[in-house]
Design a protein around this ligand. Structure first.
Ligand code: TRP
Length: 466
């Protein structure tokens, strides 16, 4: 067993795991997606449902995933196979892992396109052009719309980002993933702190806080509840085996409970900070948000030009967002590659290159569905502006359906198929006697599956979107 561990690689220590997993969690989900879906869904009540989902479903499911990974020391498909041996449904459980690998494939394909936008913005800021454009919000919006509908540019930046992701995954667990995260995560946090400090001084700060934290349940639709649940999975990288895969490299002298709590806390904090900054700007400058999906790229630059050294601040900021996205894309590709390495017997290099290329091809469909190709841009399953095109459709399906369904089965497996003795043993490794063990078991056995199931069923029975 130990032979196998060393050839797969492990994190260098306690900090290595936490940083890499937090790097996976913190990404465009926090900085790009959370602010805009919160805005679309009217703030307060949506945020409250989201926070509830994080604590009651997200945190216990994260512990379940890491536990399964560390016990099996394998990719999601292999983990379900070895852990279900001799148990009910042993033939079916690996399918949950497979759903995860497919979700990783799909998510990475369009995620890399948005990540590419951040690369474009670094260049824009460095050249000083962002500052000029941001002085007239209308011009910046027009610029961005044109950028989205240029197929060539979308494919170009998508390509750059997939290239960087593949490069790092080839280097492997310690050298590539850990090293990048160690410096960049803390730096992102610092720059966000500075921006929050600035927003406190803007006139719209109070209104932004009220929007975020004063719930109005009248506005909450079933669709919004599902979206809050789906996003709690997306933002914590749950429901598809990414945390399971990272957990498979986690050392046994590390507490799963503590690591999960830290990661969840940091991720939530950063999402809320991003909202405070962006909503303060929107409320202060009477900003007209025509398309909320691009707040990060059209609203935020207007703050930067108010700050001393605006071009520099924005260049640094988009650089850090790009890195936050990179530590997330790495984890997505790592799931798909570790599947090919363990299950198909490929080498790391071949796995990352082949899977990366396939994902890139699939991602081109999303890249040209933002205006460049009319047919692909026109698809819309449920008729909301954020579900437009191949891009919007994949994001909707993956985060609202694939991840919660994956999370449902992960919770069921950890709560019901795995015996009390098995789960307790792994959770207490590196932790000692765990006072909240029974509470965790209650959450994964009952609360998480019932909550996910009830939300999904209510949406299937009566979808009501506004
Ligand atoms: N959590 C990341 C974000 O918020 C995205 C991400 C990375 C992800 N790995 C994942 C989402 C695995 C779902 C599953 O940006």
């Amino acid at each position: 067993m130990s032979e196998q561990v060393s050839s797969r690689g492990t994190w260098s220590g306690r900090l290595g795991f936490i940083l890499a997993a937090a790097g996976s969690a913190v990404g465009l989900g926090n900085l790009w997606k959370f602010p805009y879906i919160t805005y679309e869904n009217g703030g307060g009540a949506f945020v409250l449902v989201y926070l509830g989902a994080i604590v009651l479903v997200g945190l216990p499911v994260m512990m379940a995933e890491i536990l399964l990974g560390r016990r099996a020391e394998r990719n999601p498909v292999g983990a379900f196979r070895v852990l279900s041996q001799g148990k009910a449904g042993a033939r079916l459980w690996p399918g949950v892992g497979m759903l995860g690998v497919i979700s990783g494939f799909v998510i990475l394909s369009y995620y890399s396109v948005v990540a590419g936008w951040t690369v474009r913005y670094i260049g824009l800021a460095v050249s000083g052009r962002l500052e000029t454009l941001a002085a007239h919000p209308k011009e910046l919006e027009a610029f961005f719309r044109e950028f989205l509908s240029s197929g060539t540019q979308q494919v170009l930046f998508h390509t750059l980002f997939m290239g960087a992701t593949v490069g790092i995954v080839i280097l492997g667990v310690q050298k590539g993933i850990e090293r990048a995260t160690k410096v960049l995560m803390p730096l992102l946090f610092v720059i966000l702190l500075v921006l929050v400090g600035y927003s406190v001084t803007t006139p719209g700060f109070g209104e932004a806080i009220a929007f975020l934290f004063r719930p109005n349940f009248g506005q909450l639709t079933r669709g919004a509840v599902l979206e809050a649940l789906g996003h709690s999975f997306f933002t914590l990288s749950l429901g598809m085996g990414a945390m399971l895969t990272y957990g498979s490299y986690m050392r046994r002298d590390n507490s799963i409970l503590k690591a999960s709590a830290v990661i969840t806390f940091l991720d939530t904090l950063i999402a809320i900070m991003a909202c405070i900054v962006m909503f303060s700007v929107i409320k202060s400058f009477d900003f007209e948000v025509t398309k909320s999906a691009v707040i990060l790229f059209t609203t935020l630059p207007t703050v930067f030009i108010q700050l001393p050294g605006g071009s520099l601040v924005s260049a640094l900021f988009y650089l850090l967002v790009a890195f936050a996205a990179l530590t997330s894309t790495i984890s997505l590709l790592e799931v798909v590659s570790s599947f090919a390495i363990d299950e198909l017997g490929w080498g790391r290099r071949r796995a990352s290159l082949t899977m990366g290329a396939a994902i890139w091809v699939f991602g081109v469909l999303s890249a040209v569905s933002l205006g460049a190709n009319e047919t692909l841009s026109g698809i819309n399953l449920i008729g909301r502006s954020s579900t437009e095109g191949v891009f919007g459709t994949l994001d909707y399906l993956a985060s609202n359906w694939f991840l919660p369904v994956g999370g449902f089965f992960i919770a069921l497996f950890a709560g019901w198929s795995l015996g009390r003795r098995e789960s307790q043993e792994t959770l207490e490794e590196g932790h000692g006697p765990m006072a909240v063990y029974s509470f965790w078991r209650f959450l994964v056995r009952f609360v998480a599956p019932l909550a996910i199931g009830a939300i999904i069923v209510s949406v299937i029975l009566g979808v009501e979107y506004n």
